[in-house]
Design a binder for this molecule. Structure first.
Ligand SMILES: *[C@@H]1O[C@H](CO)[C@@H](O)[C@H](O)[C@H]1NC(C)=O
Ligand SMILES: *[C@@H]1O[C@H](CO)[C@@H](O)[C@H](O)[C@H]1NC(C)=O
Ligand SMILES: *[C@@H]1O[C@H](CO)[C@@H](O)[C@H](O)[C@H]1NC(C)=O
Ligand SMILES: *[C@@H]1O[C@H](CO)[C@@H](O)[C@H](O)[C@H]1NC(C)=O
Length: 275
């Protein structure tokens, strides 16, 4: 305002409007930033809460310590540059207990396999071990120069090879497969052209860890639906057989999804009688 000049009421009102407008915009920016910040913090907090709650269902573990070992793998790091080994301290903090003759691997059959394993208690998938269960279905990553955990804007499964989530699943699957013993089962998908796909975690990371005489046999349950496209004679399954230690007995059986679902809803059936 120029000295000695009294603004007319209209000018004054105009300026007041401008000032109020600018303040309003600033306030809005601050509110949006705070809400966004709170939401992101709350989501990251929800990840820890979920992790700890699920962990506490397993007896005899220091879940805060397991959480600490988990964070150590990715916090402060480029989320696309997390090697599998980054999770070694986590595996050491909650070693996977082998469950001979009950271990179930899977590829592209996640829903049907878990519906079955959760209800029947006959088989154990990696998602039912402590480490698999605390992180099942979750997304996380870190950022360079930050000590926080993020759950949004993280690279997806195929965005980069060594992303925080994918490296975890590769590492924990390897640990699960390293412990494989006795008669091992795998549920593969008969509705896709290549049930044993070289890029799958099962093919690239798990099968090569089955060693005789610890592992005696591998039984593939090829889940078929109406109009299924592949059967046990498929070439990819022949590749699987070739990759196996020749002393491990291999068997493949086509089993209708409906039959597996029927077994799931009849959990008192003795183990191993569904196929
Ligand atoms: C097999 O894969 C197809 C295609 O992704 C999917 O629709 C189907 O549900 C899968 N089958 C089983 C038994 O999971
Ligand atoms: C398996 O599928 C092939 C075609 O991919 C077919 O020729 C063969 O008869 C099938 N075998 C059985 C046992 O269904
Ligand atoms: C069987 O597996 C091969 C790959 O090993 C694949 O290219 C082929 O399409 C599959 N066959 C059928 C009938 O789906
Ligand atoms: C695997 O089987 C072959 C014969 O098929 C046998 O000579 C060999 O000793 C076996 N390996 C082990 C580790 O038992």
């Amino acid at each position: 305002m120029e000295r000695g000049v009294t603004p007319t009421p209209r000018k004054r009102r105009g300026r007041r409007c401008l000032v109020l407008g600018v303040l309003g915009v600033l306030l809005l920016v601050v509110i949006v930033a705070v809400v966004l910040g709170l939401t992101l913090t709350r989501k990251a907090h929800a990840l820890k809460t979920t992790f700890i709650e699920r962990c506490e269902e397993f007896k005899g573990y220091d879940c805060e310590q397991v959480w600490g070992a988990f964070q150590q793998a990715y916090v402060g790091l480029d989320p696309c540059k997390i090697p599998h080994e980054a999770y070694d301290p986590l595996i050491a903090a909650a070693p996977l207990k082998p469950a001979c003759n009950r271990m179930m691997f899977w590829s592209k059959t996640k829903e049907v396999v878990h519906d079955f394993t959760e209800k029947s208690d006959c088989f154990l998938t990696v998602e039912e071990t402590l480490l698999g269960s605390v992180l099942d279905g979750l997304t996380w990553c870190g950022k360079e120069g930050s000590d926080e955990t993020f759950t949004t804007d993280c690279p997806g499964w195929t965005d980069c090879e060594n992303n925080a989530v994918r490296s975890f699943w590769n590492r924990v699957s390897a640990a699960f497969a390293d412990g494989a013993c006795g008669d091992v089962s795998a549920m593969l998908n008969g509705s896709i052209a290549t049930p044993f796909h070289p890029a799958s975690v099962f093919a690239s990371n798990e099968v090569k860890r089955f060693h005789f005489p610890r592992v005696k046999s591998l039984k593939v349950v090829l889940v078929t639906q109406k109009n299924f496209v592949t059967n046990c004679t498929n070439a990819s399954l022949k590749d699987l057989q070739k990759e196996l230690d020749p002393n491990i007995t291999y068997e493949c059986k086509e089993v209708a999804e409906a039959q597996i679902q029927a077994c799931s809803s009849n959990p008192d059936k003795p183990c191993g009688t569904c196929w």
